[in-house]
Design a protein around this ligand. Structure first.
Ligand SMILES: *Cc1c(COP(=O)(O)O)cnc(C)c1O
Length: 396
C-alpha cells in the first residue's frame, strides 16, 4: 500500500485527499490503526522487514499507517519532502533542536518564543554543552552578531506569543545560512495556511498540532517538517530510538483536523480581523496588535511573508492588571484559558499566566504589560464575540 499523493491539486484539496492509505475494506474515512505491532507472513518476511528490504511496518514507535497518513498529508500541504509526527509540540521543538546539535555547538534563538521553547534553549541544551544566545528577533544586526563558527542552528517563532510581533523569516534565513547554520521556524501562530517558512528559506518547520491543526481542543501533538535529508539526518533515528512518537489515535484526530483547517482558520482569522476593527479605537483599549492591520508595527513584513492575518488578537486594557482582570471576569461567552486555536474563543492574561515566571524586566522587554490580554478567536459568530468583549470592557 502506498499513500496517495496529490501534488497537482490546490492546497485545500490536498488537505482532504493526500496521504490516504485505504485498506482492503475500501473505507471512505481514514481508518484508525490502533495497533502497537504488526505480524509477518513468515520468518523470512520478518527478517527482510528488519533489514529494510521489505516495505512495511514493524512497530508503532517507528511508524504506523494512521500516523503515516497524517505525516504525508501535512507534508504535502506544507510543501515539505518529509514530516515526522510527535507526541506534543514541545517534543517537536526539542527534537528539531536536539537532533541537530552535539556538545560544543551553539544555537541562536529569538527571545519572544513560547515559554517552554525558551527553557529548552536557555536551560536544557546548555546542560549538554550546547551554548545559546538569545536575541531580539527583529534586530537583524543582533542575529548577525550572535553567529559563531560553531553555530549550528537558529530558532524563531513568528508571529510571536503573545504580542504578535512579526519576524522576517527570509532575512534571518540568509543570516543563518551565511554562517553555515540552519533555521527552524515555529509556525504555530500563523498556521500552514497563512505562512510557508520553507518557501521563505527555513530548513525546518515545527508545529504544536495541539492548536489549530486539531482545532477543537482535544489532543496534544506536534510535527517537524523539512527536506528528506534534514529529517533523515536529524530526526528519524532520534524518534525511533528515544520514542516521542505520536499515538495513532491522536494522529487520526489531527488527520481529520487537517481536512477542515482552511475553513476554520479563515473563519477565525476573519473574526479576529473584525474584533481588531471593533476594538482598535475603543476608549478602554490603549493598544491593539493584529497582523492583518496596516497599523501593525511590522506591517511591511506581514505583507511580504504572510497570506493572511491571524486567529489571535492582542490588546491592552487601560488601567493595568485590575482592569484586565475585571474585563476578563465579566466575559460570558469567551472563556479564560491559556490555550489557543480552539473552536471556542479563549482569552488569557499573559503577565499572570503564561509569562508569570519570567522577571518584570523580561516582561517589559517583551512588551507584556499588566493590561495586556491575548484573545484566540473561535468559531462562534463574530458579532457574538464582539458583543461579549464590548459588554465586558464596559465593566473594566
Ligand atoms: C503550544 C505551543 C507550543 C508547545 O506545544 P504543546 O503541544 O503544548 O507541547 C510550542 N510553540 C508554540 C508557539 C505554541 O503555541
Amino acid at each position: 500500500m502506498s499513500a496517495s499523493t496529490t501534488p497537482k491539486y490546490r492546497p485545500e484539496t490536498r488537505l482532504v485527499q493526500s496521504g490516504i492509505l485505504r485498506s482492503q475494506f475500501g473505507e471512505t474515512s481514514e481508518a484508525l490503526f490502533l495497533t502497537q505491532g504488526y505480524v509477518y507472513d513468515n520468518s523470512a518476511q520478518a527478517e527482510a522487514r528488519f533489514k529494510g528490504e521489505d516495505p512495511g511496518y514493524q512497530y508503532s514507535r517507528f511508524a504506523n499507517p494512521t500516523v503515516h497518513m497524517f505525516e504525508r498529508r501535512i507534508a504535502e500541504f506544507e510543501g515539505a519532502e518529509a514530516a515526522r509526527a510527535l507526541s506534543t509540540g514541545m517534543a517537536a521543538v526539542t527534537l528539531a533542536m536536539m537532533g541537530q546539535v552535539r556538545a560544543g555547538d551553539h544555537i541562536v534563538a529569538s527571545k519572544a518564543i513560547f515559554g517552554s521553547c525558551l527553557y529548552v534553549m536557555e536551560e536544557y541544551l546548555p546542560r549538554f554543552g550546547v551554548s545559546s544566545t538569545i536575541v531580539d528577533g527583529n534586530n537583524l544586526d543582533a542575529w548577525r552578531a550572535a553567529m559563531r563558527p560553531n553555530t549550528k542552528t537558529c530558532f524563531l517563532e513568528t508571529p510571536t506569543n503573545p504580542n504578535l510581533e512579526v519576524l522576517d523569516i527570509a532575512e534571518i534565513a540568509k543570516i543563518a545560512h551565511a554562517a553555515g547554520a540552519t533555521l527552524v521556524v515555529d509556525n504555530v501562530f500563523s498556521t500552514p495556511l497563512w505562512q510557508s517558512p520553507l518557501e521563505l528559506g527555513a530548513d525546518c518547520v515545527v508545529y504544536s498540532t495541539t492548536k489549530h491543526i486539531d482545532g477543537q481542543g482535544r489532543c496534544l501533538g506536534g510535527v517537524v517538517l523539512g527536506s528528506q535529508k534534514f529529517i533523515m539526518d536529524n530526526c528519524h533515528q532520534f524518534i525511533r530510538q528515544t520514542g516521542p512518537s505520536m499515538s495513532p489515535f491522536n494522529a487520526w484526530v489531527m488527520l481529520k483536523g487537517l481536512e477542515t483547517l482552511p475553513v476554520r482558520v479563515r473563519q477565525q482569522s476573519d473574526s479576529a480581523g473584525k474584533v481588531a476593527e471593533a476594538l482598535a479605537h475603543h476608549p478602554k483599549v490603549s493598544r491593539l496588535i493584529y497582523p492583518g492591520r496596516p497599523d501593525h508595527p511590522q506591517a511591511h513584513i506581514v505583507k511580504k511573508q504572510m497570506r493572511g492575518g491571524s486567529t489571535l488578537v492582542a490588546f491592552e486594557v487601560k488601567g493595568g492588571k485590575k482592569s484586565a482582570f475585571a474585563f476578563q471576569d465579566a466575559l460570558k461567552l469567551i472563556r479564560i484559558s491559556n490555550n489557543l486555536g480552539d473552536a471556542k474563543s479563549l482569552i488569557t492574561h499573559p503577565a499572570t499566566t503564561t509569562h508569570q515566571r519570567i522577571t518584570q524586566q523580561q516582561r517589559d522587554e517583551l512588551g507584556i504589560s499588566d493590561g495586556m490580554v491575548r484573545l484566540s478567536c473561535g468559531l462562534e459568530h463574530a458579532d457574538d464575540i464582539i458583543d461579549d468583549l464590548t459588554q465586558a470592557l464596559a465593566k473594566a
